[in-house]
Design a protein around this ligand. Structure first.
Ligand SMILES: Nc1ncnc2c1ncn2[C@@H]1O[C@H](COP(=O)(O)OP(=O)(O)OP(=O)(O)O)[C@@H](O)[C@H]1O
Length: 630
């Protein structure tokens, strides 16, 4: 790895960030009813991270590392209480904090159908301001690829649990690279080396160390670093049971423990030693009590010895304060709306058009259902029973289209939600361009589905034999597909859990089906409930399909009993429409209804998505203790 090769120097200089945190207390409520209890996760944690330095947060599993890094990044989930003080360049975190921060989770989600290079290019384009020219951005992408040793995988798809893509380690490095491409001043990483082999772990940490060397502030949790990695740490914060065991210069940690009576053997990895000393041993009641005493002792010792991390002890350059104030006032998004749309559309199109499985499944099910219907109804006659068959098939077409499009949208949107929420939290783009891009990308699939369905079914079954009626049929199916897609998106955006959305969807469709005009004639529905049909796309689609099919046609046989008396008796298409309750309707009404609902459902989805922006636990900022009081 060629340390320092990333051409960030070409970009705007980073802000020198000093982060001081003091007496952070984080508690959550656990259990229910009488078993409800308060769990303390962070117990008065203090420390600091300085520009150009790498702070490692270490500790045994469950010691509170992730909670601490989330608290510092302002990303603790709601439902708990966080108190203490967090200062960035001497002031509480402001509006610009997220824009200058990168936050890399252990398992971030990525778009599966994009290659590594495409993923990086999107990140560079959406996060960097337009003042940085395209060549510089692309050079930056190539630098990040080489710096994170991703050259071999650069053109490999990210992949998903169903489609093999990059390896777990490569994926982790892609996550880091995506965040680096925003040219952050402050970087938080949660276990960036977990799941990597020793060589790759070393590479990743070297890259972070280099970034810190370039003036950035890097905070990372790490489980058990090897010696060569431990030596890269400037600052070390050692946690156990949410309490500080040590906080200060990493190079002084061994001497500190030694003075406390815990001597690290020669040639022993300090990282391993600290884990041994600070881990709880739950194997027997005796070992648990002994380790608890030791942790209590180390915690008390730290409390008594520490004054260094109190905020008053850190001097912050005036320029850094001003830079942060400017960042807090800066505009929040790197690109204007039109460019956001174009970038998001490019990504959505790649993701959708390469999702062969979705395209194949959608078209295959359309083909299958179309063929089965064509086979079943190919002998449809103009007998009295044929009226039932013909209106039945039209309603079935409406149901199938509504269901297929809604469930398709539910699943794809559910998968993207995590990525979109993360990107929105990072202030990468606004919701509207994302929403529009996604909607437009779905249109070709709906058009393809509508045309395929029409071509297979229409002529074999023998619906209204005019070319105009055929195209109207396809167009109605396409419009209904778009409405169903909108409903699926709205449901998915409204329900945080995909499983809840999948459970609610059939109930809503069944309700809308009941008011679709086939099972219950519009005229027989109680007046107070009749309005519901107007929000049923099945109603509009069925009405449109029926008017398109029956209007102006003639020659259906009357009921057998009537035929016995008057053998020439026939029923006209308009009589059938009257019977169905659509006598006074026109096709244009169906189009207006469907397009209105498409807009309405999508507008609802947009609002739900905007409202579902992840909300984090606020910090109850306590007064910063002065040096005297410490
Ligand atoms: N919201 C929560 N509700 C209940 N318990 C929680 C919550 N968040 C964290 N905890 C608990 O707090 C403790 C610290 O969790 P945290 O994830 O911060 O530890 P960690 O040191 O990062 O662990 P690991 O190394 O295993 O990732 C754990 O026991 C965890 O189960």
């Amino acid at each position: 790895m060629n340390g320092g090769a990333v051409s960030f120097a070409r970009l705007k200089k980073v802000i020198l960030v000093t982060m001081q945190f003091s007496r952070l207390h984080y508690t959550v409520t656990v259990g229910r009813g009488k078993k409800k209890d308060t769990k303390r996760i962070l117990a008065g944690v203090s420390g600091r991270c300085l520009p150009g330095q790498l702070l490692a947060v270490m500790g045994p599993t469950g010691s509170g590392k992730t909670s601490l890094i989330n608290a510092l990044a302002g990303r603790l989930p709601r439902g708990g209480s966080l108190e203490g003080s967090v200062l960035v360049n001497g002031a509480p975190r402001g509006r610009g904090f997220r824009a200058i921060t990168a936050y890399v989770l252990q398992d971030d989600v990525l778009f599966s159908n994009l290659t590594v290079r495409e993923t990086f290019r999107f990140a560079a384009n959406i996060r960097l301001p337009t003042s940085i020219n395209a060549d510089t951005r692309m050079q930056l992408v190539e630098d990040v690829i080489s710096e994170l040793a991703l050259g071999k995988a650069a053109d490999t798809f990210i992949g998903s649990p169903w489609e093999r893509g990059v390896s777990g380690g490569e994926r982790k490095r892609v996550n880091i690279g995506v965040e680096l491409l925003s040219n952050p001043s402050l970087i938080f990483l949660d276990e960036p080396t977990s799941g990597l082999d020793a060589f790759q772990a070393q590479n990743v940490m070297e890259a972070l160390w280099t970034l810190a060397g370039n003036g950035r502030t890097v905070v990372t949790t790490i489980h058990q670093p090897r010696s060569s990695i431990f030596q890269m740490f400037d600052q070390l914060l050692l946690l156990s049971e949410g309490r500080i065991m040590y906080s200060g210069e990493a190079a002084k940690a061994v001497a500190y423990f030694s003075a406390a009576g815990f001597k690290c053997p020669e040639q022993f990895n300090p990282g391993d030693f600290f884990m041994d000393v600070t881990s709880m041993d739950y194997r027997t009641p005796e070992s648990e009590a002994a380790t608890r005493r030791r942790i209590g002792l180390l915690s008390d010792l730290y409390e008594r010895s520490n004054v260094e991390t109190e905020p008053a002890a850190v001097v912050i350059a005036e320029t850094s304060r001003q830079d942060m104030e400017t960042a807090n006032k800066d505009q929040q998004f790197a690109n204007h709306l039109a460019r956001e749309f174009s970038l998001l559309f490019g990504r959505a199109w790649r993701q959708a058009s390469r999702n062969k499985m979705l395209v194949i499944v959608t078209l295959a099910q359309t083909l299958l259902i179309g063929l089965v219907l064509a086979w079943l109804y190919s002998g449809m006659s103009k007998s009295y029973a044929g009226i039932q068959d013909e209106s039945g098939i039209l309603f079935f077409v409406a149901i199938f289209t509504a269901m297929g499009s809604m469930f398709g949208s539910l699943t794809t949107f559910g998968l993207e939600r995590g990525i979109v929420n993360r990107e929105r939290t990072n202030k990468a783009y606004r919701v509207l361009p994302y929403f529009l891009a996604r909607f437009i990308c779905d249109v070709p699939l709906r058009v393809g589905q509508g045309l395929l369905f029409g071509c297979i079914l229409y002529w074999i079954v023998g619906l209204n034999p005019s070319a105009k009626a055929f195209f109207m049929f396809c167009f109605l199916v396409i419009c209904e597909g778009l409405t169903g897609q909108g409903l699926g998106t709205a449901l998915s955006a409204a329900c945080k859990d995909e499983k809840v959305a999948l459970a609610v969807a059939p109930v809503i469709t069944t309700m809308l089906m009941l008011f679709g005009g086939f099972y219950a004639n519009t005229a027989t529905i109680p007046a107070v409930l009749r309005w519901i049909r107007y929000i049923s796309h099945l109603y509009w689609a069925y009405m449109g399909l029926a008017v398109n099919d029956f209007r102006g046609r003639d020659g259906w046989a009357c009921p057998p009993a009537v035929l016995e008396l008057t053998p020439d008796c026939t029923i006209s298409g308009d009589d059938i429409l009257n019977q169905l309750g659509f006598g006074g309707n026109h096709i244009w009404e169906a189009f207006v209804g469907l397009l209105g609902l498409t807009f309405g459902f999508n507008a609802l989805g947009y609002v739900f998505l905007r409202l579902s922006k992840p909300k984090f636990l606020p910090l109850a900022q306590t007064a910063v203790p002065s040096k005297k009081s410490a």
